[in-house]
Design a protein around this ligand. Sequence first.
Ligand code: MN
Ligand code: MN
Length: 259
Amino acid sequence: MSTITLQGILYDQKSSFQQGPAKAPPLIREALYSDSANMFTEDLKDVSNMHIDDRGDFVVGDYFEIESITTANLKDEGKLLTLGGDHSITFPIIKAHHEKYPILDILHIDAHGDLYDEFEGDKYSHACPFARIMENGFAKNLIQVGIRTLTTHQREQAEKFNVEVHQMKQLDLSKIRAFENPLYISLDMDAFDPAFAPGVSHYEPGGLSSRQVIDLIQNLDANIVGADIVEYNPDKDVHNMTAYLAAKMMKEILAKMVN
Ligand code: MN
Ligand code: MN
């Protein structure tokens, strides 16, 4: 069984609208280990028996430190799961993965394409990470699911980078094919409909249900080598329900990573 390394990135300085996700990682862990639920996945894998090497939470001063923190936590034999943080952290995380996985596919689950060339003057905004990833050639295939906020600019960017966009409009999850290359999953909590995940900075109605995302993860045919769960904003949450959803997704993703 492969070892999973866990890191928390306490960083939300590239959020364009509201801060809060920097507080998320310890709260997702707390929900995961809470007595309110057991540690089994729905496929009866016991997450408490997994080899999880939890490196703890990292306070990030400068954005570019995220790459070196991640490189240090990417052990040779281990796979890395990151708790964020705003979505800007995914670019330096993927940059660090590129050394180890020169050919990588990314499944990006989000209300937003995060493909802006720049946002409010910042090329590293949480609205831009997938533009940076694609222009650097850090992903072979980028598959986006849950998108419901395209602009003409972002649609052009998606075409430019040959992104496979599965919008909420006319979504058919059965069209997501098997992944032949190592796969990284980036889960933005605002992909869920705000009714399921009120603890996010950007409310975008018309989103995925909890069940749809769980099914999507469980049905993946892929070698998942890394993942992140980002954009949980505790300041917006109601009764910690988004923390519990993030923890459940963490469990289901962990179980798929050790396959
Ligand atoms: Mn995002
Ligand atoms: Mn988003």
